[in-house]
Design a protein around this ligand. Structure first.
Ligand SMILES: O=C(O)CNC(=O)[C@H](CS)NC(=O)CCC(=O)C(=O)O
Length: 270
């Protein structure tokens, strides 16, 4: 693993595939110009809208999202995470899928979100993700990159389930992706705390791209895409406007924290 810059992208995605891909491309371009070699896009980067509309357009969203990720990774010669987009399953539902692509455009890892957000948030919204999404049944993968470190996948609401990240840590993860579309209501109290906890307890970097602002109807997300180091320090925070949070991923820092706080070696249960 080498030292390199990583970027967590922050977007305001809309119910408009083409507009979202243009916004994502601009932000990838910005991250590349700032030197990022690993770039992560948030959950719902290519479409954030009404659930039924998402289902109707799912074929096109899946096809265009995958094509976009491969084209961008190749064009900019970066490793790119698409933090979550619908991929039709065949029974009228979709998997909420995160996809990791290498600079040659090849697929490195794929994860289908297992924890679905079926929550009545007291902000006027009821979220029933399982109405359109089928829960994944496989534990998330860790992709062992020689240059970028061991990269563990997850999506959004997963961040509330520490056992998933323990699994990733056990598989050797050094960088944890948490691409999200956190609600503004829960995000203000929980987002950063949860991310710091996952970083500290697993002594891993956390790369958390996010959605921000108003998307459609009452849907409002928290923003604060961030990068956290294995000690739990926030290295970069994108605030609440679209943009990028960029920070250095340093193997020496990872090693130092794991020497100072060897808690992963003191596990008793898992
Ligand atoms: O907001 C939207 O419309 C889009 N959001 C999403 O697609 C997903 C599934 S509904 N959101 C989350 O998982 C939020 C989790 C969360 O906010 C928490 O755990 O508090």
């Amino acid at each position: 693993m080498k030292s390199y810059l990583a970027a967590a992208v922050q977007m305001t995605s809309l119910p408009n595939l083409q507009k979202n891909l243009i916004q994502a491309e601009e932000l990838i371009d910005l991250a590349v110009r700032r030197g990022a070699e690993l770039i992560a896009l948030p959950e719902n980067f290519s479409f954030l809208g009404d659930e039924q509309e998402k289902l109707t357009q799912a074929e096109a969203i899946a096809r265009e999202s995958e094509k976009f990720l491969k084209t961008m990774a190749q064009r900019f010669q970066v490793t790119l995470l698409g933090g979550g987009f619908p991929v039709p399953v065949g029974n009228g539902k979709v998997y909420n899928t995160a996809l990791l692509i290498d600079p040659s455009g090849a697929e490195l890892a794929r994860y289908e979100k297992v924890h679905l957000f079926d929550v009545n948030v007291p902000d006027g919204n009821t979220y029933q993700e399982s109405g359109t999404v089928l829960a994944g049944v496989r534990l998330p993968p860790v992709y062992p990159s020689k240059e970028l470190g061991n990269l563990g996948l997850s999506v959004c609401y997963d961040v509330r389930f520490p056992e998933l990240y323990r699994h990733l840590a056990q598989m050797g993860a050094e960088v944890l992706f948490v691409p999200a579309a956190f609600t503004a209501f829960t995000g203000k109290d929980h987002w950063q705390v949860l991310l710091q906890a996952r970083a500290i307890e697993n002594t891993c970097y956390v790369l958390a791209p996010a959605q921000t602002g108003r998307h459609y109807a009452m849907r409002q997300t928290h923003g604060h895409a961030m990068i956290i180091d294995p000690w739990g320090m926030v290295l970069a925070d994108a605030g609440d406007e679209p943009g990028v949070a960029i920070a250095a991923i340093e193997p020496s820092r990872l090693e130092q924290v794991r020497r100072q706080m060897p808690s992963l070696q003191h596990r008793v249960f898992i």
